[in-house]
Write a protein that binds this ligand. Sequence first.
Ligand SMILES: [Zn+2]
Length: 335
Amino acid sequence: MKTSIILDEIDRDAVRPAKEFSRYAEYLRFDLARLLIEDEVRWIERDCPGCCYQGAPVLFHKDGVTYHDCPRCFTRFVSPVPEQAALDVLGVRGRAAQFRRHLFEQRLKERFQASLRTNVLDWLLQRCDENSVGGRSYCEIGGENLGWFADVAENRLFEQVTLVSPIPTVLETPGVRQVGSLEQAGQGFDVLVTHTALDRHSDPDGLLGQMADHLAPGGLLAITAACASGLEHRLLGRDAPSLLPLDRLTVFSVEGIQTALERHGLRVIELSTPGRMDVETVASYLAERVPQETGGGDFWRYLMGRSDPMLRRNLQIFLQENLLSSYLRVAAIKA
Ligand SMILES: [Zn+2]
């Protein structure tokens, strides 16, 4: 199995600009608060979406929801979760979703998207080549970041390109079709891709099963997601800045996502955590707090305070090499 390491540094302020990110977090909390007070929204109890463990203990509460930590596969997940129909409505009309799309489309695109897109696309095409995956049909699920999708479509990397998204899109690329659900997309795709849709779905295990059903034999499933095995989540827990409940209803661990994929008949060919922001995220978290507030963070405070300029970079590379970063990239082949 492969593991990708990305050595280029990333500008954390460009990926997660503080002012916009804090406004986005506020909108997410606002949308979640509305869900919590709406009587007609059903909330569903669930088992671990990674390994199906029943009765995972409560880890903490955040913004009115309850996170559990699976003692068997280390996946973190909210339970109960709002029904998917309510999340779909929020995905189209919610304040946070609209703001997120505005950010992607208007601002972040110019500042950092190009290199990030090339990075993800190169990865995808390499895995296709290495595994002799056909180039006929590509399908992206929940694709909000139209920059990635537009690159695939405009560069004619696949003969047929489908976007599964309920969001009205302004994408005007000839030969591209958009449908509202995977059922409408059809069967037998050579490549299925999802960026962060699993994190936001109320039933990621069900969605993985659906995706496996819609792949052609020998087809490739490529996933990017947050990762509960990573330093940011393991060290900061409830305070992890990217742990915003509506965006992270599930945070798979490396063990959890592998177990889930294999359960659906998919063979994992790559499992990587090529995240580049854990160390900077932890460093700025510690810098904003007095030592008494961070307990076991003392070692980390000392480490982050060391003046060796290579230390942070080496640590982030160590995290990537050992699957301990908070961003997950997985590729799997349908048997
Ligand atoms: Zn589990």
